[in-house]
Ligand binder design. Structure first.
Ligand SMILES: *[C@@H]1O[C@H](CO)[C@@H](O)[C@H](O)[C@H]1NC(C)=O
Ligand SMILES: *[C@@H]1O[C@H](CO)[C@@H](O)[C@H](O)[C@H]1NC(C)=O
Length: 74
């Protein structure tokens, strides 16, 4: 089913983007978007990474207020 595949790819893309956002938050390293020569593709890539940031923020806000999570200093 085409719609199922689309949902599948979307979920995968969001997960990937979230992981990238997580790496960026914990290491300060993000993919070099300026390495993408095409401005259209670059803007899509930046939006894609922005989605990950948003999802990451949502997860973070949920975790902070969730009793299933506790403060665990490294
Ligand atoms: C990012 O990519 C651009 C284009 O390839 C390059 O000029 C720039 O040095 C790169 N930035 C870093 C931090 O590597
Ligand atoms: C977490 O809970 C506190 C107290 O209930 C609330 O003030 C705060 O806005 C909540 N934070 C988030 C990110 O939901």
């Amino acid at each position: 089913m085409v719609l199922g595949k689309l949902v599948h790819y979307t979920v995968d893309a969001v997960l990937l983007s979230t992981v990238v956002a997580g790496v960026r938050r914990s290491t300060g390293f993000a993919p070099n978007a300026s390495a993408i020569p095409d401005p259209t593709i670059r803007s899509v890539a930046e939006k894609f990474l922005g989605v990950g940031e948003t999802v990451f923020d949502m997860i973070q806000a949920t975790a902070v207020n969730s009793s299933y999570f506790k403060r665990d200093p490294r």
